[in-house]
Design a protein around this ligand. Sequence first.
Ligand code: ADP
Ligand code: MG
Length: 338
Amino acid sequence: MGRIIKLNEQLSNKIAAGEVVERPASVVKELVENAVDAGSSRIRVDVFEGGLSSIRVMDDGEGILEEDREAAFFRHATSKIKTDRDLFRIGTLGFRGEALPSIASVAEVTLTTSGDGRTGEKIIVKGGQVKTRTSAPPRKGTEIIVEDLFFNTPARLKYLKTIHTELGHISDILNRMALARPDIAFELYNEGRTMLKTSGRNDLLQVLYSIYGKTAAGEMKVLKASSADFQIKGYAASPSEVRSSRSYMTMILNGRYIKNHALVKAVLSGYNTLLPIGKFPIVCLHISLNPQLVDVNVHPSKMEVRLSKEKALQELVTETVRNVWRNEQLIPSMQEPK
Ligand code: ADP
Ligand code: MG
């Protein structure tokens, strides 16, 4: 008898959860991504106690078909890709089929959905096990409630910071997702209090206003450029509106909020010497490119990507930002006689 055994699904889900569900904000991120992928036009998030006692995400998307409802909680089960070719042209935010099984392995998940708009169903899964399946009134879209997060992983629970800090992470991720999709109306409530509300009218500047306020966002300049491979659109705040952290710079790639040091650096070089040391601008940049030029399959959180033409993109970004300040005559133009 060998010594190696194949772990059961429940245990392997819990292991995956270690990477996918780092904190309440990761749950919010995954659930909102699913709502976006379901083609929703309105997404509402309610959290209590920094997401630790409960997180609820409601959408008006396509819902989940009856025959898919249990499979949605299986690991590596997804409606978003089928073949390995699909993996290299990802057009959705999700594709790993890991979020729901991971979340349900470390929390209690109540899923209420209707795929056909005629019959609804409520499914409760806790610690990886389906507890109940009951019929529910039909509704448009899906509602997912996550309670008792990390009830069976005490070490993870202990590692979490204060409610205030966890709430900050949730608010940050929702702000970024709203910036990524100005065409979707997002709402975030903490203990019933409004933290974010966007119109969904596809106006990026309006979303920037609602997050950073009119004074900061009021002075923003348009960024717009394209090359054979990339299209860039966005806004950059005036160098007089600086902040002490890089976190006011948001990079969106094909509708996905990403963390990318090279692009942040490219934006900063575009400001040239206009920024005081240790100060950073408010910028939101939307980059569109052929999905075949991006590898999203780098990390379970899908926030890191590999770009095959990163250098060219970096140059285009720097040039686009620099041109704005040249046109404002804050940076001397190279053509000007000395
Ligand atoms: P992935 O998003 O990578 O496919 P998930 O575990 O996040 O994996 O979700 C599994 C599946 O459940 C999705 O592929 C999708 O078909 C379905 N699903 C999850 N959430 C929603 C939702 N809010 N609306 C419609 N379908 C959903
Ligand atoms: Mg998903």
